[in-house]
Design a protein around this ligand. Sequence first.
Ligand code: GDP
Ligand code: MG
Length: 448
Amino acid sequence: AIDYEKVDEHTKFLIFPISVIGCGKTTTSQTLVNLFPESWGHIQNDDITGKDKSQLMKKSLELLSKKEVKCVIVDRNNHQFRERQQLFDWLDELKEDYLAYDTNIKVIGVSFAPYDKLPEIKDITMRRVINRGNNHQSIKWDELGEKKVVGIMSGFLKRYQPVSLRRSPDNMFDLMVELDFGEVDSSLTNAKQILSEIHKAYPILIPEIPKDDEIDASFRKSLDYKPTVQKRVGKSNCNQPKTPKLIKPTYISAKIESYDEIIDLARQGIANIAELSQQFEDLLTSGKFQNELHITLGHVMSSREKEGKRMWKSFCKRYTDQITKYNDRLIENTAGTSINQGKSVETTDKLKFRLKKLCWDQKIIAIVVELSGGEGGCIIDSNGDNVKELYCQNKVPHITLCKLGSDVKAVYSNVLCEKVELNEIDERVKVVKLNNAKEFAAHVYLNM
Ligand code: GDP
Ligand code: MG
């Protein structure tokens, strides 16, 4: 599509790539800019580190506002309509802050990734990004590892919306250069095609195509390009898919497998108290008991208090490997898009405990337990050794058996059990000693 609208020496140009990672946007851009060092500029989204994403357009326009600068490449993937629209919106909004109101700006699109070549593009860009290694602002091979890099790249490919000139926003481009994709010297071929098509459409910008050997030399130089800016992935670069925040556990607990045995011991404990016995069976048969029994060891909420924070950190440190693995798997599955929480992750650590007493008031039925880990920490590792300095964060370790109202929160067990242990109870609270002959063991789980 060639745009015949009047163009003169005051006209300025912006180039928006449409691409996925590794197609050679930066290499091609550098090749072009090296050919016209005075009049062309190149702003990379990957160089923008602040919160304000529109800095990409602000910096581009700032550069374009210089008298000698005629064309700026706004280097970002823009692989979705939404991102292309955003560039046009920013341009609309910011243009007059940087350029005289009557400045004529032409926007040239350059499509780097033909849709029918995506499988090859995937192959070749993966290989290139492996070779690029750490030579990138944010996608660093050593830091992120293969899985994450592959995840990020696949995310782009999956979400890619190729140029569609008949619809908005792609019908707003004044010129569209549709590049092919090849393995060998693709950025050189790209640069040549861009030069030729812009020369044809806007000879005012490229009156004369540089000689082949000049373009060659410029391309060779660009292949050695090393970024100067370092950036952490996931901070504020809308070009990248958001790197999900590291998902940490919501709480850590010992999951009890001996459900029936524990219910039985509780039942035996109250066998002689007729009113409780009957109610106990009623609640049990009507499914009011907790489906899963556990002893909470730590909760992220407790990390709000100073003391709790230290212990919660120790827990997270102890289970760093499991937490990292869980997050890696999420990224692999979803390529950095949405994530499903609520899973639990088993560890090889165990908690040993004995039942102590049943506490029952109008809101909750809970069992106070005694942890038998011994001195220095309550958790046992897979060798049977004590894990030092890890303690249950709850003052009174317990199992919540049953909530007696829909608005009762499980944390209320803490209140009840503490009152019982401190003997600060009234006659509405029933406390029954339980048989503590058996020592139970339960695996520690991270609840994500
Ligand atoms: P971008 O993510 O689209 O900006 O891609 P880059 O321009 O950073 O290119 C990705 C990697 O491929 C870099 O290591 C480049 O040096 C390399 N690369 C780019 N174009 C070519 C090319 O035409 N030939 C070869 N061999 N490598 C290239
Ligand atoms: Mg780049």
